[in-house]
Ligand binder design. Structure first.
Ligand SMILES: CC(C)(COP(=O)(O)O)[C@@H](O)C(=O)NCCC(=O)NCCSC(=O)CCC(=O)O
Ligand SMILES: Nc1ncnc2c1ncn2[C@@H]1O[C@H](COP(=O)(O)O)[C@@H](OP(=O)(O)O)[C@H]1O
Ligand SMILES: [Mg+2]
Length: 382
């Protein structure tokens, strides 16, 4: 088994944004909401945290059987818009996985994983009619869900959901039964986070997670329902609402998800978010593993590009996993010129500080002052 597989589990997650229902308050800065799920307090990793739907990739997501459902024309990688020459390729997407078979490219399998997990955890089915795939293009704007009349009756769909939870291969059977395919084209590569060394869950659980963006238009956020198991609550919130709930200690959001919500804060319109996400995706992304720096009064998660980020970060934790300093956070902030870090003064007092140019045409997070909904970049705060 390669070191890649030994040290972390490969996973996919989706920032699912939905708008178009006119349900948001007219005073809201945002015309869309994002789906957050609360993990069970019994979870071995991030118990009770709010996260985006997602989970570990399964061999069924790589199954050659998908080839019979997915459109026959052309070699599979061409199913998805090709990346630009020189795009960032996170190792997750480039890795060979002979143990899982090589029928499907990782970009396809990780999307299937994210879509399957969204059904398992929230009951939301991101499918498209098999016959409509050829005309599916993200240039048309945010995606549509299947019409309700194309879905089985509620109790039957709930039974399918339980089957998929028990056996991920049942997801392909469901798609075949509905003559539909996972809407791979609605998911846009967004980022890739590796759980930091020193933050593994019980049993050393660390994850290499592909983050996708999916924007749904038309008809408002779909009903999401938790599974009373792995997930104990589902909620649709605007980026500001989610950040406010975090700051007021009503919910706890893990740092990568917090960072991503602060990036979404740049976009008040679902159409702008969709356009940005779908056009940017051809640039790819790089893998980020935060490196923890423990200060005397809190800790900082350093990210690539920060001047304190190690040249040769310890990916496996076998060398010097956690950096320490006797200094206070304030001093570590004053001294620094190049910032790319998540600063945690305590569990709910977390700020993203970044003043470097983002790579791969991405956008930097905004620092949100949740009291007034104001934002500023870190330069202007220092
Ligand atoms: C990987 C997951 C999708 C969970 O998988 P599961 O099979 O259990 O459903 C999810 O956890 C996820 O999206 N993770 C991606 C990013 C990540 O690893 N986040 C956690 C980082 S740990 C951390 O930063 C702790 C911070 C602290 O303690 O201060
Ligand atoms: N009722 C429950 N309460 C807590 N965790 C649960 C659960 N049912 C399933 N899980 C956990 O959820 C994880 C599956 O997540 P996913 O399908 O999103 O990858 C598994 O964790 P582990 O993989 O850590 O064992 C599994 O143990
Ligand atoms: Mg999960």
């Amino acid at each position: 088994m390669s070191s890649r597989v030994r040290h972390w589990r490969e996973a996919a997650t989706v920032l699912l944004a939905a708008g178009g229902g006119g349900g948001g308050s007219s005073s809201s800065r945002f015309d869309y909401k994002v789906l957050l799920l609360r993990r069970s307090p019994r979870s071995a990793f991030l118990p009770s945290a709010h996260v985006f739907p997602g989970g570990v990739v399964d061999a069924a997501d790589f199954s050659a059987d998908w080839l019979h459902l997915l459109p026959p024309e052309g070699p599979l990688p061409l199913l998805l818009p090709p990346l630009r020459a020189g795009a960032g390729r996170a190792p997750l997407f480039a890795a060979e996985r002979p143990e899982l078979g090589t029928a499907l490219p990782a970009d396809v399998a990780f999307r299937i994983c994210a879509i399957r997990e969204t059904f398992e955890e929230a009951g939301v089915l991101l499918l498209v009619e098999a016959g409509e795939v050829a005309s599916t293009s993200s240039a048309q704007g945010p995606a549509r869900l299947l019409a309700p009349e194309r879905l089985p009756p509620g109790p039957e769909l709930a039974e399918w959901r339980r089957r998929v939870q028990r056996q991920p291969a049942a997801f392909l059977q469901l798609c075949r039964h509905l003559s539909c395919v996972p809407n791979l084209w609605a998911l846009h590569e967004w980022s890739n986070w590796l759980t930091p060394v020193g933050r593994a869950g019980r049993g050393g659980r660390r994850y290499d997670t592909a983050f996708y963006l999916c924007c749904l238009g038309h008809g408002g956020p779909p009903e999401a329902s938790h599974d009373r198991g792995e997930v104990t609550a589902c909620q649709w919130s605007s980026p500001l609402e989610a950040i406010e709930l975090f700051k007021s200690q009503d919910i706890w959001i893990a740092p990568p998800q917090f960072y991503e919500l602060c990036r979404l804060y740049n976009f008040s319109s679902l159409h702008d978010l969709h356009r940005f996400g779908s056009e940017r995706a051809v640039e790819g992304c790089e893998r980020w593993m935060p490196v923890i720096l423990v200060a005397s009064d809190g800790h900082i998660q350093l990210l690539p590009g920060d001047e304190l980020y190690p040249d040769d970060p310890d990916l496996t934790g076998e060398r010097k996993p956690i950096l320490t300093s006797n200094k206070k956070i304030e001093d570590l902030m004053k001294e620094a010129r190049k910032l790319h870090r998540i600063v945690a003064r305590d569990l709910h007092n977390v700020t993203v500080c970044v003043n470097i140019q983002p790579k791969y045409k991405h956008v930097n997070p905004l620092v949100v002052d949740s009291k007034v909904g104001n934002n500023a970049d870190c330069n202007s705060r220092l």
